[in-house]
Design a protein around this ligand. Structure first.
Ligand code: GYE
Length: 354
């Protein structure tokens, strides 16, 4: 599903039939490897180097069921991340992977020491959801030196040497920002004073969503971002920041763009407490597509959400398996997303999986 088709949906509101097709296209694009069969761990696969001591010359197991894999999750700031954690943990269990989980507690130093611990334990692969883009090079070099492949999920890193990780499995955040802007421009006829609630400072989705949104907004003379602050991807901070923005700009504000649904939920609370009607007096657009966002669209308080799929478990273990059997992977395995608004929310909410 390309941008043109998505835009045709947005503008033409031709949602109903398009959604099924979009989902099918998304699944195909995602897996991009039709016909491959999943390998099953054979009992004697366990002896295939799963224990570092019998790993002659650094050979690692090729079967997921024989692997020990470390997952460094950045924290638990909201609904999206809980869904991602559950997806990766659930899939590991299903596949018989021995998964070591570390919670970075929203601190990069903690995440770096978690990754170092995985290296010392000589895990067979590391899954990393990095909190911010920069500062990863030294620890990724350590992993490379130890011959441990690193798979990035959901957020990217800024490194000078791309061979420091195998692949990044993530959505196109710039495109998500553009789609949010396109929807808003269409809905408000190209005229709006906008407040932006940014994600965590330095995080790839915050940087890229901001850029994509600004790029599209710049095409409309009547659209202006009059306030832009970080709400750290958290509902409580989103609410607090929105209260401050309303205190200064309530009279002139037409719309809010929140970099995730959690912050949008906080903003909606703040708007209502300010005596305005969220979704009507102030249009609210966000990103993720979590259940609370669909409920809010059905209730009329959220206008639109651009999906960012967190169900990355099947994709990351498939990538690890393919890499282990010698397959060359693209540097970016792009997750396909869709746009949802109030015209479709009630029809779709029952089929949402997170
Ligand atoms: O959109 C947001 C979360 O990294 C893509 O992180 C992820 C983002 C997601 O806090 O809700």
């Amino acid at each position: 599903m390309d941008r043109g088709q998505l835009m045709a949906q947005i503008v033409g509101r031709g949602w109903a039939g398009a959604i099924g097709a979009a989902m099918a296209a998304g699944v195909l694009a995602l897996w991009g490897c039709g016909g491959e069969k999943q390998e099953k761990a054979s009992p004697d696969g366990k002896a295939d180097g799963s224990n570092p001591s019998d790993r002659g010359g650094g050979a690692r197991p090729t079967e997921l069921g024989a692997m020990t894999i470390g997952f460094s999750q950045l924290g638990a700031e909201g609904d999206w991340r809980t869904a991602e954690t559950d997806s990766i943990r659930g899939e590991a269990q299903r596949l018989g992977v021995s998964l070591k989980f570390a919670d970075g507690q929203s601190r990069q130093e903690k995440q770096i020491s978690d990754v170092k611990a995985f290296i010392l334990q000589d895990v067979d692969a590391i899954i990393l959801a990095p909190i911010v883009e920069t500062g990863w090079e030294p620890v990724l070099r350590d992993a490379k030196r130890a011959n441990i492949p690193v798979f990035l999920v959901d957020r990217g890193v800024d490194v000078s040497d791309e061979s420091l990780y195998v692949t990044l499995i993530a959505s196109d955040f710039v495109e998500e920002g553009r789609l949010a802007a396109d929807w808003m421009a269409y809905e408000l006829g190209g005229k709006a004073n906008i407040a932006e609630l940014q994600g965590t400072v330095g995080a790839a989705p915050a940087i890229d969503r901001k850029r994509g949104f600004a790029e599209e907004i710049a095409k409309h003379e009547g659209m202006k971002i009059i306030a832009s602050q970080s709400g750290d991807f958290r509902r409580s901070v989103g609410k607090e920041v929105m209260e401050g923005i309303l205190a200064a700009h309530a009279d002139e504000l037409d719309a809010v763009f929140a970099h995730n649904d959690d912050m949008a939920m906080g903003a909606i609370e703040a708007i209502a407490r300010h005596g305005l009607e969220p979704g009507v007096d102030i249009v609210v657009v966000s990103i993720d597509g979590v259940r609370a966002a669909f409920e809010a669209m059905v209730a009329g308080t959220l206008n639109c959400t651009v999906e960012c799929n967190p169900l990355l478990g099947p994709k990351v273990f498939d990538a690890i398996r393919r890499h282990a059997t010698g397959e060359e992977l693209p540097k970016w395995i792009r997750v396909e997303d869709q746009v949802f608004d109030q015209t479709t929310a009630a029809d779709v909410i029952g089929s949402r999986r997170y």
